[in-house]
Write a protein that binds this ligand. Structure first.
Ligand code: ZN
Length: 181
């Protein structure tokens, strides 16, 4: 009897371990991208970008547009060009090294996902294919933020990303979240 109990325990442990191992994990943000985002955040504060662009309650003036739109998250080329070629913009030129421009670009592109990732996210098992935000698929389903395309399910953290995906599901499902590729 005792032996039987031990082997039941052993089998259960193995099954639990297997279930844990098979659980879908999302790929982490690549380390070098994460480093750039962190460096970019400090450029943002050092250069006082928050004087005009409010981010996370930092800065009180609203002279510049919000930098949290999903369009910026999808378009690092635009952000970079905006900071490189200040003569085409209504924004006053701010001296930035190429390194600072790359870093702050990645920081700005990460803002949309960050802003929309709930603080109480416990068990993310998907990434938004548009902006890269971490998503709990069950919560996305509950909020109708799920799309099925050619036999595969995609999960979103916000209605904006879902709407953008639906404009061109072929392209988005092929490319995945491009900043990670
Ligand atoms: Zn998204």
């Amino acid at each position: 009897m005792f032996k039987l109990r031990i082997s039941i325990l052993a089998v259960m442990t193995i099954m639990l371990a297997l279930a844990w191992g098979c659980k879908k994990r999302i790929a982490p943000i690549p380390a070098d991208l994460q480093r750039q985002i962190t460096a970019g955040e400090s450029v943002f504060y050092r250069k006082d970008c928050g004087k005009c662009h409010q981010v996370n309650a930092f800065g009180d003036a609203h002279q510049g547009p919000a930098l949290t739109s999903v369009f910026l998250a999808m378009d690092t080329v635009f952000i970079k060009a905006h900071l490189q070629f200040t003569e085409i913009s209504a924004m006053p030129p701010i001296a930035l090294t190429p390194h600072e421009i790359s870093a702050v670009t990645q920081y700005i592109a990460s803002l949309h996902a960050n802003m929309n990732t709930p603080a109480n996210l416990k068990d993310p098992d998907a990434r938004c294919p548009v902006c890269g935000a971490e998503v709990e698929s069950a919560r996305a389903v509950a909020n109708s933020l799920q799309v099925s395309h050619q036999g595969k399910f995609y999960y979103f953290e916000c209605p904006d990303c879902k709407a953008i995906f639906l404009r061109d599901p072929d392209w988005h499902s092929r490319s995945g979240y491009t900043r990670f590729n």
